[in-house]
Every structure is written in C-alpha cells, then in structure tokens.
Design a protein around this ligand. Structure first.
Ligand SMILES: O=C(O)CCC(=O)C(=O)O
Ligand SMILES: [Fe+2]
Length: 244
C-alpha cells in the first residue's frame, strides 16, 4: 500500500533525514524474560524458553502457527510463492520479553528519529509472532502501515539456531543486510531491527533451523484532547504528536 499524505507528514515531522532507513542491534536476553507460552491448535498450551530450545520444541511452536498472509491491493492474501512462514496472532501467545524494558527503543530513537525525541515518545504495538522454518522466506515487499499514526516496523529475533533468513533492505541502488543468524549465534541475546515501513525489504530463505520473530509497528505517542459541546453532547477528539 502506498503511504498516505498523513503518513508522510508524520514521518517528516518526527524522523531523521531520509537516508537513515533502518537501525539494528542486539540486547541480552535474561533468564527472567526468555519464555513464551502459546495456544496450540487443539487449544492446549505450549511453553518455550528461548535460552534453552531444541528443534522438537521449535517444530511444535511452528505447528501451532497458521500460514502467514501479507497485504496485497488492500487485501490479506496467502501465497506461498511469495511468503512462506508461520504466524501466530498476539492473542494466542504471551511473551515475557518486553520491548519497553529492553532498551531497544532507545536505539530506535537515537538512530532514526529527530534529536529532541526520547524512547518514551514512541510506542510499539505487538503485531505477530512468526516462525521461519527450513525453506521459509518472504519476497521483496513494503509493509502496510497499520494506521497513519505508525510509520515503522520493528522485528526482534530470538536466539534460536538457524542458517539463512537474512533480512535485506533496498533503496535505490543501495542494499543493507540484517543477518540475524550470525547476531544470535554465539550469545544469549535478541537481535532487532527497526525500519520505515515503506523501505523495500525481503527475508531470504532459511536453510536450516528455525528463525522466530516478534514483529511490531511503531510510531509516535499521540496526546489526545477532547472538546465536548455543552448543548448537543457531541465530542470532538484531537490527536497531537507529543513534543519535547
Ligand atoms: O522477519 C523479518 O525480518 C521481516 C518480516 C517482515 O518483513 C514482515 O513481517 O513484514
Ligand atoms: Fe515486511
């Protein structure tokens, strides 16, 4: 979906110059926030601790997922020629990991947003869990903003052993790579990347193991004010970008 005028205006007001299209990094994954519980297809519960996984547990998580769809011409479509991955809606799992206490938003703000902003000026909405097992991929695309008030996508990758699955970004004749498999291979840590939704990106095929991600949309914290008409009771809401 092409970005709307509202999306462009918000991004210009809030973000750094156009050539900072993404940022990435790693944060440690501590033992008190490494687990996830989820609903299986027969409505029992599954458990996984990302500091201590094996392929059987990851295959069970993958089995609990549905095929991942994507947005095409304003519709959600399934097409395994274009995207092959598992997805789980956020209503079907609960992760201990918190984006807000991880420090990730500090990096996003200092790398991609204008100088006067701080981590608590942006919010991240959890969208999906995805499992990319062997042979999974996502061909080049741009993300569909969830609303005019969100301008970016944020992906975190748990430390599960996998090969392949690099995320490639492209803009004009430039290309960048986020190689999650290398970033999480040696240490108990989470790799993350944040980027503007309208930057073309692609997940290359996973050749072995499982690449497990949480995806978020992010955008500014909006301040809400409302005015209520004393005569007719009509309420008008105004949303404003929080400024420091
Ligand atoms: O998993 C990734 O690295 C990116 C996933 C992606 O592009 C998406 O969910 O739209
Ligand atoms: Fe995407």
């Amino acid at each position: 979906m092409a970005p709307t005028a509202g999306f462009e205006a918000l991004r210009k007001a809030f973000c750094l110059i156009e050539d900072h299209v993404y940022c990435s990094g790693v944060v440690p994954l501590e033992g008190n926030c490494s687990s996830l519980i989820y609903r299986t297809k027969n409505s029992s519960s599954g458990f996984i601790d990302f500091l201590n996984t094996d392929d059987n547990q990851l295959a069970a998580l993958s089995d609990a997922c549905e095929p991942a769809s994507f947005g095409r011409d304003h519709e959600d479509v399934l097409d395994e020629e274009y995207r092959k991955a598992g997805k789980m809606d956020s209503s079907n799992f609960s992760a201990q990991f918190s984006i807000y206490t991880s420090g990730i938003l500090d990096t996003v703000v200092s790398s991609l947003l204008k100088e006067n902003h701080q981590a608590n000026d942006i919010r991240a909405e959890l969208y999906k869990l995805n499992v990319y097992g062997p042979g999974s991929f996502f061909k080049p695309h741009v993300d569909t903003p969830r609303s005019d008030a969100m301008f970016g996508s944020l992906v975190i990758v748990f430390p599960t052993k996998h090969e392949g699955g690099s995320l490639k970004f492209r803009q004009g004749d430039q290309q960048w790579s986020f190689d999650s498999s290398d970033l999480v291979a040696s240490e108990p840590r989470v790799a993350f990347t944040a980027f503007f939704s309208d930057v073309e990106h692609e997940v290359l095929p996973v050749t072995s193991g499982y690449r497990v991600t949480l995806t978020y949309s992010y955008g500014p914290v909006l301040e809400t004010t409302f005015l209520k008409c004393l005569y007719c009771g009509y309420t008008m809401y105004f949303f404003a970008v929080k400024s420091s």
